[in-house]
Design a protein around this ligand. Structure first.
Ligand SMILES: NC(=O)N[C@@H](CC(=O)O)C(=O)O
Ligand SMILES: [Zn+2]
Ligand SMILES: [Zn+2]
Length: 428
């Protein structure tokens, strides 16, 4: 099976230079990249994809997603989640372990991988839980979980409350050359607050989540990473205090990396229109100052990559209101158009910068073999119509989740084709 992708625009991630090229994909691998100036190749009986006027990029990689299976299939399944990802241009997604049962045994890892294979959409890379049932009391069997295919350890959904537990986890992970990925949240500082501390919480008489509840864990874990030598990766950074700590840690040569979500780059608590739980996620939307700190930190390399934290919930759950609804919003199908429209079209970022944060950067940080458009690389590819423009309509989502704050936003840059290992897994 072979495919020619003709006349697509490619972007050099170092220089932002754009060039029209033809790509030939054979046996799942990019086997030729030729300049379109050389004229059209003989396509023989290969499948042909016309990418004229479109961007051809290495497939997007999302290192933080929730697929909900096993246990919460009414919110999402591995099949619907991996296909929603493919529709958003993602070819590899790393799924969090807060399922039921938790992804914390070799059996659950094996079943997630088998279901992902069956789905035939984006590649699914499972994280395993740090602690048994994510209860923070006892470490999982890291060696067995790594062997079964876990790519890192995290209790995302909750923070690891005990410093000693986190230190033990980091020591063990470091000895196995595996990363620890942390949802940073000190529970003693949160206690039932649904939104960030600040103007919105005050106006609506809600308890507020303070910035320190995140940053205290970031600071603690940076010290533990320094002591243990582990690769420590901070989930969904949202506060200027966390950024300050990560920036300093990087300057000191501590092995810390970090991610940020589109919503924390685009929305502040003051943008929340009312008591609508589609604006409720963890970490919450913070102040404009925090948003500006996220943008600056991504620009200066303090934050390494963009992730969605795709967190589908049912309409019934989200209808419970701001106080009672679960935290989380979907992300796959809006991530690229949002960032392209709000940062690249406006001239704040180059297209190369955005593509790097969604392809090469996550691949480099986690040592993954994807994220580069080059001969010999796996043909994990995303084709995007940068000129296409339409409104976000949750009814068109492939995800079972409709929980997004971006309904009605007019965005440009919608993916049209996604290939994983040379196979077209999604086309508009
Ligand atoms: N981000 C969220 O708001 N929710 C996530 C949990 C998490 O990422 O911590 C979820 O699983 O729903
Ligand atoms: Zn989290
Ligand atoms: Zn998460």
């Amino acid at each position: 099976m072979s495919t020619w992708i003709l006349n697509g625009t490619t972007v050099n991630l170092e220089t932002n230079a754009q060039e029209k090229k033809h790509l030939y994909v054979e046996d799942g691998v990019i086997s030729k990249i030729i300049s379109a100036a050389e004229g059209l190749p003989d396509t023989g009986n290969a499948q042909v994809i016309d990418a004229e006027g479109k961007l051809v990029s290495a497939g997007f990689i999302d290192m933080h997603v929730h697929l909900r299976e096993p246990g919460f299939e009414y919110k999402e399944t591995i099949a619907t989640g991996a296909m929603s990802a493919a529709k958003g241009g993602f070819t590899a997604i790393a799924c969090m372990p807060n399922t039921k049962p938790v992804i914390g045994t070799t059996e659950v890892i094996a079943s997630v991988l088998a279901k992902a294979e069956e789905a035939g959409a984006a590649r699914v890379l499972p994280y395993a839980a740090i602690t048994v049932n994510q209860l923070g009391r006892e470490l999982n069997d890291f060696t067995a979980l790594k062997e079964a295919g876990a790519i890192g350890f995290t209790d995302d959904g909750v923070g690891v409350q005990s410093a000693q537990m986190m230190k033990d986890a980091m020591k063990l992970a470091a000895s196995m050359n595996m990363p620890v990925i942390a949802h940073c949240e000190d529970e003693t500082l949160v206690v039932g607050a649904p939104v960030a501390e600040g103007a919105f919480a005050e106006r609506h008489g809600l308890k507020g989540i303070p910035n320190e509840s995140e940053a205290i864990h970031v600071g603690r874990d940076i010290l533990l990473a320094e002591a243990t030598g582990v690769h420590y990766h901070v989930c969904h950074v949202s506060t200027e205090q966390s950024v300050r700590l990560i920036r300093q840690a990087k300057q000191l040569g501590i092995k810390v990396t970090a991610e940020v979500c589109p919503h924390h780059l685009l929305l502040a608590d003051e943008d929340i229109p009312g008591l609508d739980a589609n604006w409720k996620m963890n970490p919450p939307l913070r102040s404009r100052r925090d948003v500006d700190a996220m943008i600056e930190a991504l620009a200066d390399g303090t934050i390494d990559m963009v992730v969605t934290d795709h967190a589908p919930h049912s309409a019934e759950e989200k209808a419970k209101g701001m106080q009672l609804a679960p935290f989380g919003i979907v992300g796959f199908e809006t991530a690229f158009p949002l960032l392209y429209t709000k940062f690249v079209v406006t001239g704040q970022w180059t297209l190369a910068f955005l593509l790097d944060k969604m392809t090469a950067a996550p691949a480099n940080v986690f040592g993954l073999p994807w994220g580069k458009l080059e001969v010999g690389a796996a043909a994990d590819l995303t084709i995007v119509d940068l000129e296409s423009e339409r409104q976000v309509d949750p009814e068109t989502f492939v995800s079972k989740g409709r929980n997004t704050p971006f309904t009605g936003w007019n965005l440009k840059g919608w993916p049209t084709h996604t290939l994983v290992a040379g196979k077209l897994v999604w086309a508009e």
